[in-house]
Design a protein around this ligand. Structure first.
Ligand SMILES: [Cu+2]
Length: 205
Protein backbone atom coordinates (compact mmCIF):
# COMPACT_ATOMS: atom_id res chain seq x y z
CA UNK A 1 0.00 0.00 0.00
CA UNK A 2 2.79 2.36 0.93
CA UNK A 3 4.52 1.57 -2.33
CA UNK A 4 1.34 2.30 -4.22
CA UNK A 5 1.15 5.72 -2.56
CA UNK A 6 4.74 6.40 -3.52
CA UNK A 7 4.00 5.28 -7.06
CA UNK A 8 1.01 7.60 -7.44
CA UNK A 9 3.01 10.52 -6.02
CA UNK A 10 5.73 9.77 -8.50
CA UNK A 11 3.22 9.62 -11.35
CA UNK A 12 1.71 12.93 -10.30
CA UNK A 13 5.17 14.45 -10.25
CA UNK A 14 6.07 13.04 -13.66
CA UNK A 15 2.85 14.25 -15.28
CA UNK A 16 3.23 17.71 -13.75
CA UNK A 17 6.76 17.81 -15.12
CA UNK A 18 5.58 16.68 -18.58
CA UNK A 19 2.90 19.39 -18.49
CA UNK A 20 5.49 22.04 -17.60
CA UNK A 21 7.73 20.87 -20.44
CA UNK A 22 4.89 20.93 -22.99
CA UNK A 23 3.90 24.38 -21.79
CA UNK A 24 7.47 25.62 -22.10
CA UNK A 25 7.63 24.22 -25.61
CA UNK A 26 7.08 27.62 -27.17
CA UNK A 27 9.44 29.78 -29.08
CA UNK A 28 9.59 33.44 -29.94
CA UNK A 29 9.73 35.50 -33.08
CA UNK A 30 11.49 38.81 -32.55
CA UNK A 31 10.41 41.41 -35.06
CA UNK A 32 11.94 44.77 -35.88
CA UNK A 33 9.75 47.17 -37.84
CA UNK A 34 11.37 50.07 -39.71
CA UNK A 35 10.02 52.71 -42.08
CA UNK A 36 11.32 53.55 -45.55
CA UNK A 37 13.98 55.83 -44.00
CA UNK A 38 15.17 53.08 -41.62
CA UNK A 39 13.61 54.66 -38.52
CA UNK A 40 11.96 52.37 -35.91
CA UNK A 41 8.16 52.23 -36.17
CA UNK A 42 6.21 52.11 -32.89
CA UNK A 43 2.53 51.09 -32.81
CA UNK A 44 2.83 48.64 -35.70
CA UNK A 45 0.91 45.39 -35.37
CA UNK A 46 2.59 42.11 -36.25
CA UNK A 47 0.66 38.85 -36.31
CA UNK A 48 1.43 35.26 -37.25
CA UNK A 49 -0.78 32.77 -39.11
CA UNK A 50 0.35 29.12 -39.12
CA UNK A 51 1.16 28.17 -42.74
CA UNK A 52 -0.84 24.92 -42.34
CA UNK A 53 -3.87 27.00 -41.33
CA UNK A 54 -4.27 25.19 -38.01
CA UNK A 55 -5.04 27.62 -35.22
CA UNK A 56 -5.41 26.50 -31.61
CA UNK A 57 -8.87 26.58 -30.06
CA UNK A 58 -8.29 29.60 -27.87
CA UNK A 59 -10.61 31.98 -26.12
CA UNK A 60 -9.93 35.53 -27.36
CA UNK A 61 -8.38 37.68 -24.64
CA UNK A 62 -10.49 40.72 -23.72
CA UNK A 63 -9.02 44.21 -24.15
CA UNK A 64 -9.47 47.70 -22.72
CA UNK A 65 -9.33 51.00 -24.60
CA UNK A 66 -9.46 53.92 -22.16
CA UNK A 67 -10.28 57.52 -22.83
CA UNK A 68 -7.87 59.77 -20.99
CA UNK A 69 -7.55 63.54 -21.51
CA UNK A 70 -9.57 63.34 -24.72
CA UNK A 71 -7.41 60.62 -26.22
CA UNK A 72 -7.87 56.91 -26.72
CA UNK A 73 -5.28 54.94 -24.75
CA UNK A 74 -3.84 52.96 -26.41
CA UNK A 75 -4.35 54.55 -29.81
CA UNK A 76 -3.54 51.22 -31.52
CA UNK A 77 -4.80 47.84 -30.31
CA UNK A 78 -4.97 44.32 -31.68
CA UNK A 79 -7.32 41.53 -30.59
CA UNK A 80 -8.36 38.11 -31.81
CA UNK A 81 -11.71 37.74 -33.59
CA UNK A 82 -14.47 37.40 -31.00
CA UNK A 83 -12.75 39.50 -28.33
CA UNK A 84 -14.75 41.73 -26.01
CA UNK A 85 -13.42 45.26 -25.59
CA UNK A 86 -14.42 47.71 -22.87
CA UNK A 87 -14.14 51.47 -23.30
CA UNK A 88 -13.76 53.10 -19.86
CA UNK A 89 -14.09 56.88 -19.94
CA UNK A 90 -11.61 58.22 -17.36
CA UNK A 91 -12.32 61.88 -18.14
CA UNK A 92 -14.83 63.95 -16.21
CA UNK A 93 -16.54 64.91 -19.47
CA UNK A 94 -18.72 62.63 -21.59
CA UNK A 95 -17.54 60.85 -24.73
CA UNK A 96 -19.56 59.22 -27.49
CA UNK A 97 -17.48 56.46 -29.02
CA UNK A 98 -18.45 55.22 -32.46
CA UNK A 99 -17.20 53.49 -35.59
CA UNK A 100 -18.49 53.30 -39.15
CA UNK A 101 -15.96 50.60 -40.12
CA UNK A 102 -17.50 47.63 -42.00
CA UNK A 103 -15.83 45.19 -39.55
CA UNK A 104 -17.92 46.72 -36.71
CA UNK A 105 -20.38 49.58 -36.73
CA UNK A 106 -21.29 50.64 -33.22
CA UNK A 107 -21.94 53.62 -31.00
CA UNK A 108 -21.65 54.04 -27.23
CA UNK A 109 -23.95 56.96 -26.57
CA UNK A 110 -22.65 59.79 -24.37
CA UNK A 111 -21.28 58.27 -21.20
CA UNK A 112 -19.04 58.57 -18.17
CA UNK A 113 -17.16 55.75 -16.46
CA UNK A 114 -17.35 52.17 -17.66
CA UNK A 115 -20.11 51.22 -20.13
CA UNK A 116 -22.24 48.34 -18.85
CA UNK A 117 -21.46 46.03 -21.77
CA UNK A 118 -18.24 45.47 -23.65
CA UNK A 119 -18.29 45.56 -27.45
CA UNK A 120 -17.62 42.21 -29.12
CA UNK A 121 -15.60 42.30 -32.34
CA UNK A 122 -16.69 39.20 -34.23
CA UNK A 123 -15.26 39.89 -37.70
CA UNK A 124 -11.62 40.28 -38.71
CA UNK A 125 -10.58 43.64 -40.12
CA UNK A 126 -9.75 47.17 -39.12
CA UNK A 127 -12.04 49.24 -36.91
CA UNK A 128 -11.33 52.96 -36.76
CA UNK A 129 -13.02 54.67 -33.82
CA UNK A 130 -13.78 58.26 -33.04
CA UNK A 131 -15.77 60.38 -30.61
CA UNK A 132 -18.84 62.27 -31.81
CA UNK A 133 -18.02 65.17 -29.49
CA UNK A 134 -14.25 65.47 -29.92
CA UNK A 135 -13.20 65.24 -33.58
CA UNK A 136 -9.50 64.86 -32.83
CA UNK A 137 -9.99 61.57 -30.96
CA UNK A 138 -9.05 58.52 -33.02
CA UNK A 139 -8.20 54.90 -32.23
CA UNK A 140 -7.37 51.90 -34.39
CA UNK A 141 -8.32 48.34 -33.51
CA UNK A 142 -7.08 45.53 -35.74
CA UNK A 143 -9.03 42.29 -35.38
CA UNK A 144 -7.04 39.23 -36.46
CA UNK A 145 -7.92 35.55 -36.67
CA UNK A 146 -4.93 34.36 -34.68
CA UNK A 147 -3.95 34.51 -30.99
CA UNK A 148 -0.34 35.21 -32.04
CA UNK A 149 0.04 38.97 -32.28
CA UNK A 150 2.02 41.85 -30.81
CA UNK A 151 2.39 45.61 -31.11
CA UNK A 152 5.77 47.27 -31.58
CA UNK A 153 7.21 49.34 -28.73
CA UNK A 154 9.00 52.70 -28.95
CA UNK A 155 12.02 50.92 -30.52
CA UNK A 156 9.87 49.38 -33.23
CA UNK A 157 10.33 45.90 -31.78
CA UNK A 158 7.77 43.24 -30.91
CA UNK A 159 8.00 39.65 -29.69
CA UNK A 160 5.50 36.96 -30.59
CA UNK A 161 5.39 33.82 -28.45
CA UNK A 162 4.33 30.85 -30.60
CA UNK A 163 4.52 27.06 -30.70
CA UNK A 164 7.30 25.90 -33.06
CA UNK A 165 5.83 25.89 -36.57
CA UNK A 166 5.99 27.70 -39.91
CA UNK A 167 4.18 31.01 -39.99
CA UNK A 168 3.07 33.68 -42.37
CA UNK A 169 4.00 36.86 -40.58
CA UNK A 170 2.00 39.99 -41.39
CA UNK A 171 2.71 43.59 -40.47
CA UNK A 172 0.28 46.49 -40.35
CA UNK A 173 0.47 50.17 -39.42
CA UNK A 174 -2.22 52.82 -39.60
CA UNK A 175 0.01 55.00 -41.80
CA UNK A 176 0.73 52.36 -44.46
CA UNK A 177 0.65 54.07 -47.88
CA UNK A 178 -1.46 51.15 -49.17
CA UNK A 179 -3.58 49.89 -46.24
CA UNK A 180 -4.75 46.91 -48.31
CA UNK A 181 -1.24 45.69 -48.98
CA UNK A 182 -0.04 44.38 -45.66
CA UNK A 183 3.56 43.17 -46.07
CA UNK A 184 3.98 39.47 -45.31
CA UNK A 185 6.83 37.04 -44.98
CA UNK A 186 7.34 33.41 -44.05
CA UNK A 187 9.15 32.49 -40.87
CA UNK A 188 10.12 29.06 -39.57
CA UNK A 189 9.95 29.38 -35.80
CA UNK A 190 11.69 26.24 -34.60
CA UNK A 191 14.04 28.00 -32.27
CA UNK A 192 13.94 31.72 -31.55
CA UNK A 193 13.66 33.57 -34.82
CA UNK A 194 14.41 37.17 -35.69
CA UNK A 195 13.03 39.08 -38.63
CA UNK A 196 12.63 42.58 -40.00
CA UNK A 197 9.90 44.48 -41.81
CA UNK A 198 10.36 47.67 -43.78
CA UNK A 199 7.08 49.58 -44.17
CA UNK A 200 6.17 52.29 -46.63
CA UNK A 201 4.45 54.87 -44.43
CA UNK A 202 2.70 58.15 -45.07
CA UNK A 203 4.06 61.13 -43.17
CA UNK A 204 2.69 61.58 -39.63
CA UNK A 205 0.16 64.41 -39.49
CU1 LIG B 1 -15.07 62.66 -26.66
Amino acid sequence: MKNLMKMSKLLAFVSAFAFAVSFAHATSINVQVLDQAGAPVPDAVVYAMPVNGKLPASKPAPAIIDQVKRRFVPMVSVVQTGAAVTFPNKDNIEHDVYSFSPAKRFELNLYHGIPANPVTFDKPGLVVMGCNIHDTMVAYLLIVETPYFARTDANGTATLTVPPDSYKLIAWHFRLTDPNAQPTQKVAANTDAATKFSLQLKKAE
